[in-house]
Design a protein around this ligand. Sequence first.
Ligand SMILES: Cc1ncc(COP(=O)(O)O)c(C=O)c1O
Length: 404
Amino acid sequence: MYKINDNYLKLPGSYLFSTIGKKVAAYSSEHPEKSIIRLGIGDVTQPLAPAILEAMHKAVDEMGDAKTFRGYAPDLGYEFLRNAIAREDYQARGADIKADEIFVSDGAKCDSGNIQEIFSLDNKIAVCDPVYPVYVDTNAMAGRTGTYDAKTEMWSDVIYMPCLEENGFAPELPKETPDLIYLCFPNNPTGSTITKEQLQVWVDYANRAGAVIIYDAAYEAYISEENVPHTIYECQGALNCAIELKSFSKNAGFTGVRLGYTVIPKDLKCGDVSLHALWARRHGTKYNGAPYIIQRAGEAVYSEAGKAQLKEQVAYYMKNAKTIREGLKSAGYTVSGGINAPYIWLKTPGNMTSWEFFDYLLEKAGVVGTPGSGFGPSGEGYFRLTAFGSYENTLAALERIKKM
Ligand SMILES: Cc1ncc(COP(=O)(O)O)c(C=O)c1O
C-alpha cells in the first residue's frame, strides 16, 4: 500500500489568497451593486512595456523559421540573458557575480520553494515574522519544520524573527543559531528595507555561524533611497554565505510571463562541496529551461529602451504607493513601507484584528487588502495594501477609506 508525504497533512488551512477570494466572492454575490477595488494580491496591472513586446514578437518569428528555431534551452539559461544579468544587476553595482553563477528559471516562487532541496533535512530555518509564506510552507512539505501549533500559528522547529514597529520591521539576530536564514528586502509584506550596514551584520553573522542566507530581492527595482543595498553581494563576504533570488515579475510585469533567476556564487561551499554544483545538478535534472521567447523578453529588460520604459512603470506604481501612504496618514492611520517597496503596511485602527479590519474595509469601503496575520503571527494587528492597482482605483480607494 502506498503512502503519501504526510508532511502535507501538517500544513495549516487553505492558502491566504484563496480565503480572501472566497470572502470577496461571497460579499459580491450578497451585494452585486457594490463596486470592489482590489488592493490585496501583489499582482501587477500595467501592460508589458513596448521594448519587451518587440523582443517577444521578434523571438516568436524566429521560432517560426527553421533557420532560427530553438528547441530546449540550455539548462542554466541562454548566455545572452545571463550575460546581461551579470553585467547590469551585479557588475555595474560593483558586485563580483559572473554569468555562470546565474541560473535562469521561471520565477522566484519556484526557486524560493525549491532551493531548500539541496540542504539536509536537519537544518534549522530562520524566517522573518511576518513572511512571504512560501519559505516556511515548502520547508514544512519537506519535513524540516517539526509540528504546527494552530494556537500560536508556529512550527516547533522554525526560528521566527519578529518584525514589528518596535524594531522598524527589521529582524534582529536570533538567539538560537539557524542553518538557513531567509531574508527578503525590500520586504513583502511590510514594505520595509534595511541599510547596507544592517545587511552586512547579517552577512558577518552567517559567516561566523556557518549559515546560508537565502536572500529574496524580488522587489529590488522599487528601492528609491540611497544606502539600501540592491543585492546582498554589495556586502563583504556575501559570496561565501549567500544565495540570491530575483524575479522579473515586479520590475517588468512578468507575473504572467514567468522569468526569474537564482545566483549561487562558486565560492559558496559547505566544506569541499559547492552549492553551485548541487543546484546545477538539481536544475539540470528537474528543469528544462525557461522558454526562448521569454528569455529574449528578459534580455530586453536590460536594453536602453527597456530600462527607460520600466523606470516609468515602477514610478507609476510608486506614485500609487505615495498616494496610499500619505492618504492613510492624513486619515490618521499609522503606516510604514511604500517608499522602497510597492507595499504599504498599516496598523489596524482601534485594536481590530487583521481579519476584523479586512471585513470592515470590505463592508464600509468596498476595498480588498490583505490581513497581516496571514503572513505570520507577528502580522496580527497589521494590514497590507498594494500599489499595483491602477492610479484611478488607488485614488478612489483612498477617498472611500477617508470617508469610513
Ligand atoms: C517575496 C517574494 N518572492 C517571490 C515572489 C514570486 O515571484 P515570481 O512571480 O517570480 O514567482 C513574490 C511574489 O509575490 C514575493 O512577494
